[in-house]
Design a protein around this ligand. Structure first.
Ligand SMILES: Cc1cc2nc3c(=O)[nH]c(=O)nc-3n(C[C@H](O)[C@H](O)[C@H](O)COP(=O)(O)OP(=O)(O)OC[C@H]3O[C@@H](n4cnc5c(N)ncnc54)[C@H](O)[C@@H]3O)c2cc1C
Length: 199
């Protein structure tokens, strides 16, 4: 079985979600992942000293390069450098469209667009103020259980309402990804490796 997932936002949250799916690929379940990103990440302003196992003072370019290399070793992901303007459809048949009119179909969508704005048609009714940001005019999406915005659409990272820390953004991305995996499998699911899983 192959499931397609579009990720909007390719910073730490979007890439963490993609890495989860890359690692969860196996003989029974494969993924077709597309990541849209328009290059305006908060992470680009940061130097990270407080995330375990990250090099001290890590910056966005090396973090992205490292995660993309890790993803590429397990799954081929399509990266599109553009701004998403709309989402249409429903679970199993979404179309995500960018400013050039390119439409990508998918079964699921992860919105990982950060806390600055979310001007995506189809999500406007879910935008609310972000209450855990120490800056004005920040937003997130109103989510239900397991960060589901609506059936088939999940929020990850700051747009899910978590505190603005890299580790929180990564954790929320894994939560959204596990929720999608559970939905695909029809039962509560996680993906765990052991030292012998891949040998
Ligand atoms: C100055 C500064 C210093 C910081 N220092 C630290 C620190 O020391 N430690 C720490 O843990 N955290 C730090 N942070 C916080 C950290 O950067 C954020 O918590 C983290 O980047 C959030 O990740 P994210 O993926 O949710 O959002 P972001 O990193 O903001 O990424 C969102 C991505 O979505 C893309 N996007 C948005 N809308 C669209 C669209 N419509 N179409 C396509 N792409 C879209 C954006 O271009 C962006 O690339 C700092 C933040 C700032 C601003």
């Amino acid at each position: 079985m192959k499931k397609s997932i579009t990720i909007i936002g390719g910073s730490i949250a979007g890439l963490s979600a993609a890495l989860f799916f890359a690692s969860a690929k196996n003989n029974e379940l494969d993924f077709d992942i597309t990541i849209f990103d328009d290059g305006k990440a908060d992470l680009k302003a940061a130097a990270i000293y407080n995330v375990p196992f990250f090099p001290k003072g890590a910056q966005a370019s090396e973090i992205y390069a490292h995660i993309k290399e890790q993803i590429a070793s397990m799954l081929e992901v399509k990266y599109i450098d553009s701004t998403v303007v709309s989402i249409n459809g429903e679970k199993g048949d979404f179309t995500t469209t960018d400013e050039q009119g390119l439409g990508v179909k998918s079964d699921y969508i992860i919105v990982a667009t950060g806390a600055s704005q979310c001007n995506i048609k189809g999500l406007e009714n879910f935008v609310i103020p972000h209450t855990l940001m120490p800056k004005p005019n920040k937003i997130c999406l109103r989510c239900g259980e397991r960060q589901m915005v609506k059936e088939g659409i999940y929020a990850a990272g700051l747009v899910s309402g978590v505190t603005t820390m890299v580790a929180c953004a990564m954790g929320s991305a894994n939560e959204a990804a596990c929720a999608i995996l559970s939905d695909i499998k029809g039962t509560l699911s996680v993906y765990h490796d052991t030292p012998s899983t891949r040998s």
